[in-house]
Design a protein around this ligand. Structure first.
Ligand SMILES: C[S@@+](CC[C@H](N)C(=O)[O-])C[C@H]1O[C@@H](n2cnc3c(N)ncnc32)[C@H](O)[C@@H]1O
Length: 253
């Protein structure tokens, strides 16, 4: 106890790819294709890293959740040809340490799990240290309105005659944090065969704050998108995708 480890993915990692099918692999590939080797921070099950590796990009993955890493390894076993393109490390955005620098670092869905400015600044500084001169950071962040919502059925998926239901409930906490309750129910032939309850913590931040933190950690804003098809960001969008570059001549920390 005491350590703020995000346990939000431990129990339902095996269902992650089923429900979280965000269409952003092509988006990240547009950036990755310029580079030989990139960092994927909070890589999860390898949903993005694996297709990038299949296209020839080497990916070094940082992932603190054991259950997510396990899913990732299981998927890699089925694609042995790319195994040498992927490295998976049990580490955290704030504190991972590698002896090399990279031309780019990606965070998809993981910045939201940095719960306060201390964690965000530590992570951005640490990433900064692991980038080449003019290295890029590309990440998405949810900046929409957060509200309390009672647990409700939001997704139903049928696959191989198995039915998967996901319920989501949200509760606003102090300090711009939000507790997300996820309940998964799996039915075979109408019978409940698995039931999982998982709580996850995330945080909300404003666009101004993101831009301020980037400046403070010596990144220069390059571009802002409002979706994964490269549309420009518009005021009021709830998704913000940032491309920033390590400022020239900025010293490492
Ligand atoms: C929404 S998932 C996204 C996974 C993957 N990037 C994708 O797009 O499918 C968020 C991931 O961030 C990881 N994560 C949470 N806190 C983190 C931290 N402090 N540093 C690195 N990763 C973290 C979680 O374990 C989880 O695998």
């Amino acid at each position: 106890m005491g350590m703020r480890v995000n346990k939000g993915y431990e129990k339902a990692a095996h269902l992650y790819d089923l429900f979280d099918t965000k269409d952003n692999v092509a988006f990240f590939y547009q950036f990755a294709k310029e580079f030989k080797k990139i960092l994927d921070i909070g890589a999860g099950t390898g949903r993005i890293a694996i297709p990038l590796a299949e296209k020839g990009v080497e990916v070094v993955c940082i992932e603190p959740s054991q259950a997510m890493r396990k899913q990732f390894y299981t998927k890699l076993e089925k694609s042995p040809s790319i195994a040498d393109k992927i490295t998976i490390l049990n580490a955290d955005a704030k504190s991972f340490k590698l002896d090399e620098t990279f031309p780019a670092a990606f965070l998809s869905g993981s910045f939201d799990h940095l719960l306060d400015d201390t964690e965000r600044i530590k992570s951005l500084r640490n990433i900064h240290q692991h980038l080449n001169s003019k290295g890029k950071i590309i990440f998405d962040v949810f900046i929409g309105l957060m509200k309390n919502a009672p647990l409700a059925l939001v997704d139903k998926i049928m696959k191989n005659k198995i039915e998967y239901h996901r319920y989501i409930g949200t509760k606003i906490l102090p300090h711009n944090q939000i507790s997300v309750l996820l309940v998964y129910k799996t039915y075979k032939a109408g019978l409940l065969v698995e039931s999982i309850k998982q709580e996850s913590l995330a945080a909300v931040i404003t666009r101004n704050k993101v831009i301020q933190l980037l400046d403070e950690t010596k990144f220069e804003l390059v571009n802002e998108y409002g979706d994964y098809t490269f549309s420009s960001f518009n005021e009021g969008d709830s998704l913000l995708i940032i491309k920033a570059m390590k400022k020239e001549n900025s010293q490492d920390y």
